[in-house]
Design a protein around this ligand. Structure first.
Ligand SMILES: Cc1ncc(C[n+]2csc(CCOP(=O)(O)OP(=O)(O)O)c2C)c(N)n1
Ligand SMILES: [Mg+2]
Length: 665
């Protein structure tokens, strides 16, 4: 039976469910440039993190999940345009929110989108905002985020958020309109080869020029984005494909040869890792963002408590292990704690879980953790031994790896094996108590940025979500807010994208509308994407934005202070010697800007007012709030390992190196 679907309202046509075996029998397509053997489903899609209220799963975690259409009815396909097939397929994969902006080539898709009751389209002000919003949504919910743009400039505006999602392994699907297939390659109006451009920054991408391929491609795109190591997938669809008519049926068998994510770790490798753990005297659990993606926090805690091994959580893993846990040493790396950095350097075994030995963690690679053997577990085999050779490589989903490790170690413990880590625990503890994170209050009475951020964390508490921009404020937000649960810290770790925070917070709030979402942004970052406040105000997305306004591109200025003889070339956002501007004028005035965008605008310049202003912001729930926290210009982020130097040379304040004490091994 076929049915003309044009003009149909509601969540698309009712289509029968083909056998899941059909899907399982078909296999995937070419792999992305990243890795030849991707891994298991994103466990998070089916298993909400503690404290994370996840709605109906969006993305299929495996083919059999795709085979569960929402609507069961007549056993047939229906006649539909390619654009309708796109919208129906999005509904079928459970996409409930799309962030985007229309334009010529994507216009056919926007027409049936108007009829969809299942999909909320949020009209952003810039495509970069759509991409980061999709990422914020995905990070906050564990579901696949979706963004949409037209061809040419619309698509190229998505490049930064796609690269950002790629670096941080975030599952998003970007849908772009492309010029009609007869114009492709002719420099047609608004033509850009977006699949070519994004090839190295997507997990996979598709160029679709046939209406009949659209629905299947959407199903595949969601599957690839969400399974194995998650990542961004781009689907570029030519305008004529959207305009042509086709048969729409659901589910559609995948055509993904060669894509076989594997989740189960090899038992022998797990046993070998357990053996090294039982022999180690100075082990450290080096935890990365993969643990959050795998929803493995509970298992991690169990493993840590079973073994007594100290834990460090990277910038992407903040929240994977409770900050208040006595075994937690905090964040390692360039701005990590002395205890975390020292523990990695002096360790005899690193159990690296879902982490990638990033240069911001290792410092000068050949001096990183010189005495340590390495157990490296990751879902992406391409990460293992990429930067540091693993003695025991384990390919697998972190949750499964940790669960298996627990089982083997527990059995060993029952046989009486119980390594004595007391000396090591005392050693790392002494670093922690001797070199806690701290900051000075400015002598001139101005606000310490760290104090502002610390108070926001205390007042909003561990249930809130915190989304940061990039710069000093980001590092302070990672350092001075206590993260007690996974999914409460969202930031741009790998790419370090200024402008990430406001749109990502918007996406996070859409995904978790009941959560309090605080954006910790810099005055520089905020000026890159604050136009999405208009989107937030119009769509009732009540985020809270704290602008840590130090009047400068603070992180760059810090480097100029330390490494360029205090020559401040182009980092001052409010030059006082600027003759064209009356001194004292705020450009822009963030309070007025907030008000112009329909938000509540507040300002705070005194330490005594900080709590009151934060509480005022917390009390406003019907519109976005922007607080301009005017803070001291010269505050610096400490500790610091200067770029390219060894972690051994960490300074906890300017010119001050820790005394490691204890055994030097
Ligand atoms: C898009 C982009 N451009 C440039 C940079 C380089 N950069 C890193 S931090 C930073 C300064 C950020 O300034 P601000 O937002 O005011 O944060 P602060 O460091 O002052 O807290 C710059 C320019 C970047 N990371 N991203
Ligand atoms: Mg700044």
């Amino acid at each position: 039976m076929t049915e003309q679907m044009t003009g149909r309202k509601g969540p698309g046509p009712a289509i029968p469910a083909p056998s899941p075996r059909d899907l399982a029998a078909r296999s995937p397509h070419r792999e992305s440039g990243r890795t030849a053997a991707e891994q298991p489903p994103v466990a998070g899609l089916t298993d909400p993190a503690p404290g994370v209220a996840v709605p109906v799963p969006t993305a299929p975690a495996d083919p059999s999940r795709v085979a569960e259409p929402r609507v069961h009815a007549s056993p047939a396909t229906v006649r539909a345009t390619g654009a309708q097939a796109l919208v129906y397929a999005l509904e079928r994969v459970g996409a409930s929110v799309v962030f985007g902006i229309p334009g010529g080539a994507i216009l056919p898709a926007y027409d049936p989108l108007l009829d969809s009751k299942a999909i909320r389209h949020i009209l952003v002000r810039h495509e970069q905002g759509a991409g980061h919003a999709a990422t914020g949504y995905a990070q906050a919910t564990g579901r696949v985020g979706v963004c949409m743009a037209t061809s040419g400039p619309g698509a190229t505006n998505l490049v930064t958020p796609i690269a950002d999602a790629y670096m941080d392994s975030v599952p998003i699907v970007a849908i772009t309109g492309q010029v009609s297939s007869n114009l492709i390659g002719t420099d047609g109006f608004q033509e850009a080869d977006i699949s070519g451009i994004t090839l190295p920054i997507t997990k996979h991408n598709f160029l679709v020029t046939k209406a009949g391929d659209i629905a299947r491609t959407i199903g595949e795109a969601f599957h690839v984005a969400a399974t194995g190591r998650p990542g961004p997938v781009l689907v570029d669809i030519s305008k004529d494909a959207m305009q042509a008519t086709t048969e729409f049926g659901w589910p559609v068998p995948f055509d993904l040869p060669g894509y076989h994510p594997v989740t189960r770790p090899h038992a022998r490798q797990v046993r070998e890792a357990a053996r090294l753990i039982s022999e180690a005297r100075r082990p450290v659990l080096y935890v990365g963002g993969g643990v959050i993606k795998a929803r493995a926090s509970a298992q991690l805690r169990e493993l840590a408590e079973l073994t007594g091994i100290p834990v460090v959580t990277t910038l992407m893993a903040r929240g994977a292990f409770p900050d208040r846990h006595p075994q937690h040493l905090g964040m390692p790396g360039m701005h990590g704690t002395v205890a975390a950095v020292g523990a990695l350097q002096k360790a005899d075994l690193l159990i690296a879980l879902g982490t990638r030995f990033d240069d911001r963690v290792t410092g000068k690679l050949d001096t990183f953790a010189p005495g340590a053997q390495i157990v490296h577990a990751d879902i992406d085999p391409a990460e293992i031994s990429k930067n540091r050779r693993a003695d025991v490589p384990i390919v697998g989903d972190c949750r499964e790896v940790i669960a298996d490790l627990i089982a083997v170690i527990r059995a060993d413990r029952e046989q009486g094996q119980r390594p004595d880590l007391a000396a090591w625990q005392a050693q790392v503890d002494s670093w922690r108590t001797t070199y806690p994170l701290g900051y000075d209050s400015p002598a001139d009475g101005s606000l310490a940025p760290q104090y502002v951020i610390e108070r926001i964390g205390k007042i909003a508490g561990p249930e809130a979500l915190y989304v940061a921009g990039v710069g000093q404020h980001q590092m302070w937000a990672a350092q001075f807010i206590d993260y007690e649960r996974p999914g409460t810290w969202i930031n741009s770790g790998g790419l370090g994208t200024m402008g990430f925070a406001v749109p990502a917070a918007m996406g996070a709030k859409v995904g978790r509308p009941d959560a309090c979402v605080w954006t910790i942004d810099g005055d520089g970052c905020f000026q890159m994407t604050n136009q999405e406040l208009a989107t937030c105000a119009l769509e009732g997305i009540a985020i809270k934005v704290a602008i840590i306004n130090n009047g400068s591109l603070g992180m760059v200025r810090q480097w100029q202070t330390l490494f360029y003889n205090e020559r401040y070339s182009n980092t001052d956002l409010h030059p006082t010697d600027e003759p064209k501007r009356p001194t004292g004028t705020r450009i822009p005035d963030f309070v007025k800007l907030a008000e112009a965008y329909g938000c509540e605008g507040l300002r705070c310049e005194e330490a005594a007012d900080v709590d009151r202003v934060i509480e005022r912001a917390m009390s406003i729930d019907d519109r976005p709030v922007v607080v301009d926290f005017v803070v001291h210009k010269d505050a610096m982020v400490w500790p610091m390992v200067a770029a390219g130097t060894s972690n051994n040379d960490i300074k906890f304040a300017r010119g001050l190196a820790p005394d490691w004490g204890g055994r030097e091994e």
